[in-house]
Design a protein around this ligand. Sequence first.
Ligand SMILES: C[S@@+](CC[C@H](N)C(=O)[O-])C[C@H]1O[C@@H](n2cnc3c(N)ncnc32)[C@H](O)[C@@H]1O
Length: 247
Amino acid sequence: MKGKVYFVGAGPGDPELLTLKAKRVLEQADVIVFADSLVNPEVLKFAKKGAEVYGSSSLSLEEIAKIVLGAIERGKLVARLQSGDPSVYGALWEQTKVLEENGVEYEIVPGVSSLFAACASLKVELTVPGISQTVILSRRAGNAPVPRSEDLRSLASHRATMAIFLSISQIEEVVEELLEGGYPPETPVAVVYKASWEDEKVIEGNLEEVVPKVRESGIERQALILVGEALKPGEKGKRSKLYGRKR
Ligand SMILES: C[S@@+](CC[C@H](N)C(=O)[O-])C[C@H]1O[C@@H](n2cnc3c(N)ncnc32)[C@H](O)[C@@H]1O
């Protein structure tokens, strides 16, 4: 029997936000390697009895590859559970590369990104006509470098809606660069910690006031920073043509 690897988007936290396909793969998987620092362990309730489960947060890429390739050699079905959607800061490319080099069949099951769970909690649209029709997903440099051309200052000059991942511990620098880049101090900001989890927290304000609010909250990880006027469109929002009068 030939094994196969599924990279599965496990969603932002709430197990009800797993897709039906993700749930089916989980139910069938013999080996599950899951991002235990971000994925809600509750989703493992869908795993079949006897499935081998590994948390990936303490494993290197080589160790993960060893587990996955070993399972494939045994003809097993492997679910590599990743938080949100695997295509967003999912270290996906380096993992699929190993599989391609070893001729292993794989498939990617998309998931609900934490970005969309955060928007649902905030009840906002990222793309409000008359304000912004562009969404920039970015981060500050941390474990991974960020190309100079993508520094937050230059991205801020567009004044588009921005979602900043993996950077809450650097909130001072983020805000400083966004202001230097061109967002006015009164630009709305929201920080969503553990979107869709039971202990989710939301902080709302503007660029001028958000830093002390975040520091007081003690939030240092697993949070998204959303910025832009689309968060509070007020009178500037324009109707789209989507629901215009039909002839
Ligand atoms: C390695 S990235 C993974 C992102 C994931 N692939 C996604 O689509 O949401 C981890 C970062 O995503 C964000 N994140 C992940 N889960 C989150 C959640 N439930 N609520 C808020 N932010 C979250 C945080 O910025 C965190 O530092």
